[in-house]
Design a protein around this ligand. Structure first.
Ligand code: ADP
Ligand code: ZN
Length: 758
């Protein structure tokens, strides 16, 4: 059809998966006018060469760009991948985390969605209305009549193959009807996975079985009221639900989600990946309508199928790890983050976002409440709740008057020792394990290091077995018969002779879970012992298998790394033992004490969740250290007060905002030179941002060698930038990054609100 007046030319701004935070303009050719839309991907030429690139459309406009522009070649998506809200959110992420908007979009839209995974092209047929059929109806065969009758009965278009199969005829019979002008044929993208893939809404019987909504206790009722009110009035609010382990926090999440679903809206629930157990999922599924579970083991097709179902409004609740914060819900009503303090919510590749920060921003944009729950709040969140940014709600006791487990610190300096022998498990803990298992209870033991021997060295010359690619010592893995670098995975055969002095005096020392397992097997030959760490849990489902056999009571002692500290709810666990409470305490990281406290509090929370009660034994060489002493008393408030005092004194987060910049290169001097150049840039930018004669607004530490200087064959220097506000910190970083180009062979990474300090 020819339009009377030619429409005004159209242009599109496009971003690419590149660090540059620049949008490029293209013209929209006539034939793509209807297809183009914000949030879709397009193909176009990029750069000087002949190559094509895929970009995301972020603006469509009639305003003519000042420069001459090239045309878009192709529009790749039928529907926009992101709506207005997610576009705003990703734009904010690019600004805040100092990376390209295109990089963020590329990370947020799952690969399967970009590739239409889980769908296929299919041929669909439908009955033509009488007026579009031939005036004189052609004759049809008996089989063709059956086909027509079937289609009439269904009253909707049907896939050609499916139709043929349903009637029991060949596809040619259907095709014949198309030729005769009685049916119309068209192509459509359809879901490849069967409809049953999406979890069904539970039947009423199932609902009754899992529903069992308990009556809220007094404390729960108190915290529920403001949440209920916020959901009713609408608008954005942030709540920090601080409740000890087993205090009924999940019950509060469930109520809130029920309210949201009842009002026809959707909820996103973020939980650490490790907590995505069938038990957790069951609780949500039983109460909250149709649930999509996004975990890391999904195939591209499954993930893409979920994405489409969420986008089309088929799903009421999305439960998932970090990336579920980007679920394309249509009518978001609430975001919940369980275990909000977990560091796994921070992504360690570009965009280096923290799902909590993104979730808070998303809740603001959508103007809905957010509920953060934990027994051990991140100090940033605790601080926010004491400065008015969030409302603090407290559940101080376990439900049904269950006691918190008694925690005993075992001072390993005074444990009786067997001469010539070394046992990881001291006599006190050994007796406690014996006692607990004899009474039919189960035991959880945590040792936060994997492998067999964690320290392989020469007693003659002091040589330590190290990775050739990293500044890290190697761990001996007995089952693998190899020395392994836990960072880059490099392996080498174990040695008896020292590679440095050639003496046969290599000693294998230091304790990992593999050796602890062997020690336990020898100590408790009549008990069933299972180990859970990332070495034994490599297959999909292995995690669940171990937990199931532990729940059944088949396994008496479960040992593992921090993997076993989180979220497990086994009422028959009457003893929890921590082998090495001090392990993480001396890392060069200002959060070391906070992490140790959280880990001890979490693992202690695994004990005494049933009627039998429970106790916790913590082996330590520094029982007087405040974070260990206060974890033993379950006293988060005292710990937070003490630790915040320290942070305030040293001007660390949450009192100041931090960014970290790492420069790395395979050539040490190239890295060093570029770091020095950056240092000069930072200094100038800092003076400008602070104003002439004013005290410097940003504290710039560095460049210095990273604590792990060589990693994966790269030499690494870092800066830490700290400032009272994120505004000035960002402006200094932005100014320098805008004019900085790393020389070839040198890379740099910016990490805003960093979690890794190594
Ligand atoms: P948290 O999330 O704080 O660890 P949960 O919500 O999982 O605590 O509650 C711990 C246990 O107590 C669960 O088995 C839960 O069903 C039960 N529970 C929660 N609230 C109540 C209540 N008001 N009355 C009885 N049992 C409850
Ligand atoms: Zn290595």
């Amino acid at each position: 059809m020819e339009s009377p007046t030619a429409p005004a030319p159209l242009f599109a701004d496009v971003v690419f998966d590149r660090p540059l935070d620049t949008a490029y303009s293209y013209s929209v050719p006539e034939h793509l006018r209807d297809a183009i839309a914000v949030g879709k991907r397009i193909e176009c030429s990029f750069g000087r060469g002949e190559g094509f690139a895929v970009g995301y459309v972020i603006r469509v406009t009639e305003v003519q760009p000042t420069r001459e522009v090239k045309p878009i070649r192709k529009v790749l998506d039928e529907v926009a991948l992101l709506d207005e809200e997610l576009l705003k959110l990703t734009r904010w992420m690019a600004d805040y985390y100092l990376c390209g908007w295109g990089q963020v979009l590329h990370a947020v839209v799952p690969a399967g969605v970009r590739g239409n995974a889980g769908t296929r092209n299919s041929t669909v047929v439908e009955l033509l209305p009488r007026e579009e059929q031939p005036a004189i109806l052609p004759s049809v065969t008996a089989k063709q009549k059956q086909v027509l009758d079937h289609l009439r009965g269904i009253g909707a278009p049907l896939e050609q193959n499916e139709l043929a199969k349903a009637v029991g005829v060949g596809v040619a019979v259907v095709a014949g009807l198309v030729t005769k002008g009685l049916l119309r044929k068209f192509h459509e993208r359809v879901e490849r996975l069967p409809a049953g893939f999406l979890d069904p809404i539970p039947s009423e019987a199932e609902f009754a079985r899992t529903h069992g909504t308990p009556i809220l206790n007094v404390d729960q009722a108190k915290v529920w009221e403001p949440i209920r009110a916020a959901l009713e009035t609408g608008g954005h609010r942030a709540f920090l639900l601080h409740g000890v382990t087993g205090s009924g926090k999940t019950e509060i999440y469930l109520r809130a989600i029920e309210e949201v679903v009842k009002s026809g809206r959707e909820a996103i629930v973020l939980v650490p990946e490790i907590s995505l157990t069938p038990q957790t999922i069951e609780r949500f599924r039983g109460r909250c309508g149709r649930v999509a579970v996004l975990h890391s083991h999904l195939t591209d097709s499954e993930r893409a199928t979920y994405w489409r179902h969420v986008a089309s409004g088929d799903v009421q609740v999305v439960v998932g790890a970090r990336s579920a914060v980007f679920a394309p819900t249509r009518k978001l009503g609430l975001i919940v983050i369980d275990e909000e303090h977990e560091t796994s919510f921070k992504q360690d590749s570009t965009p280096r976002y923290h799902a909590r920060a993104v979730a808070i921003m998303r809740a603001q944009l959508a103007n809905v409440p957010i509920l953060l729950g934990t027994a051990t709040p991140a100090l940033e969140t605790w601080h926010a709740a004491h400065t008015g940014a969030a409302t603090l709600l407290t559940l101080p006791k376990r439900v049904e008057d269950r006691a918190m487990p008694k925690v005993q610190l075992v001072d390993m300096r005074h444990e009786p020792k067997t001469p010539g022998k070394y046992f990881a498990i001291g006599t006190t803990l050994q007796a406690a394990i014996r006692d607990a298992t004899k009474k039919g209870g189960q035991v959880i033991l945590m040792l936060n290091r994997r492998g067999y021997s964690t320290h392989v060295h020469c007693t003659n010359c002091g040589h330590v077995a190290q990775c050739t690619h990293c500044d890290l010592s190697l761990t001996f893995h007995r089952a693998k018969a190899a020395l392994v670098c836990h960072y880059c995975g490099w392996e080498t055969p174990p040695m008896l002779q020292c590679p440095a002095c050639a003496e046969a005096s290599i000693r294998y020392q230091g304790l990992g879970t593999e050796k602890l397992h062997a020690e336990l097997d020898a100590m408790f030959p009549d008990r069933v012992i299972q180990r859970m760490d990332s070495d034994t849990m490599t297959k999909a489902g292995s995690h669940q298998r171990v937990l199931d056999s532990f729940r059944d009571g088949h396994v008496h002692i479960l040992l593992g790394t921090q993997m076993i500290a989180k979220g497990l709810d086994f009422p028959n666990v009457t003893l929890v033992g921590v082998i090495n409470a001090d392990a993480g305490l001396h890392l060069p990281d200002f959060r070391a004490a906070e992490r140790t406290f959280q880990l001890l509090a979490q693992v202690a929370g695994r004990a005494g969740r049933g009627d039998k009660g429970g106790r916790v034994l913590i082996q330590t060489y520094t029982p007087e250290h405040s974070c260990i002493a206060l974890a033993a008393k379950h006293d988060y408030n005292a710990f937070a007060k003490l630790e915040l005092g320290f942070r305030r004194e040293h001007l660390y987060p949450p009192y100041q905002r931090m960014a970290r910049l790492i420069v790395r290169s395979e050539k040490q001097d190239a890295a060093e030179k570029f770091a020095d150049q950056l240092a000069g840039g930072f200094k100038q930018a800092n003076i400008r941002a602070s104003g002439p004669g004013q005290p410097l607004a940003v504290r710039i530490l560095g460049p210095a060698e990273c604590p792990v200087f060589k990693l994966n064959d790269h030499y690494r220097f870092h800066f830490q930038l700290l400032s009272a506000t994120s505004g000035v910190l960002h402006s200094v970083l932005r100014e320098v990054l805008a004019v900085t180009k790393a020389p070839s062979g040198v890379e740099f990474q910016v990490d805003v609100d960093p979690y890794s300090m190594l």
